[in-house]
Design a binder for this molecule. Structure first.
Ligand code: HEM
Length: 89
């Protein structure tokens, strides 16, 4: 999963550098970057919930469920913003 994300980041950065002037002022681009920051933060909280569950702390289930749903939704929205970016810049 981390390798996959790293590859997407690398290709995203290359695409960004190719047309820096148009992306720097694009609202869609910066919204997408904000969503990616949320995805990373959510991933960190989800990882901590996973660790809590491994130590048999049942309180981790609620957080695990919420962060899993949030992760799925964020992925789909980021995907949508990626395609929007392509058609708006
Ligand atoms: C740091 C992370 C990322 C950066 C800097 C980035 C940057 C970009 C840029 C600049 C484009 C526009 C390419 C163009 O139209 O010329 C793009 C397209 C796209 N991105 Fe990202 N991206 C990142 C992460 C992601 C992630 C995590 C996803 C998936 C969830 C994603 C999905 C897409 C999609 C589907 C497109 C449209 C491709 C196309 O139709 O040509 N990106 N990205």
């Amino acid at each position: 999963m981390v390798t996959g994300l790293a590859l997407i980041f690398a290709s995203g950065l290359l695409m960004m550098l190719a047309e820096l002037h148009s992306f720097a002022t694009s609202v869609v681009f910066w919204t997408k970057m904000g969503l990616i920051a949320l995805l990373l933060g959510n991933g960190y909280i989800r990882m901590r919930a996973e660790n809590a569950l491994r130590q048999d702390r049942a309180a981790g289930w609620g957080r695990f469920r919420r962060t899993s749903v949030a992760s799925l939704v964020l992925w789909l929205v980021i995907l949508l913003f990626g395609t929007l970016l392509h058609s708006t810049t």
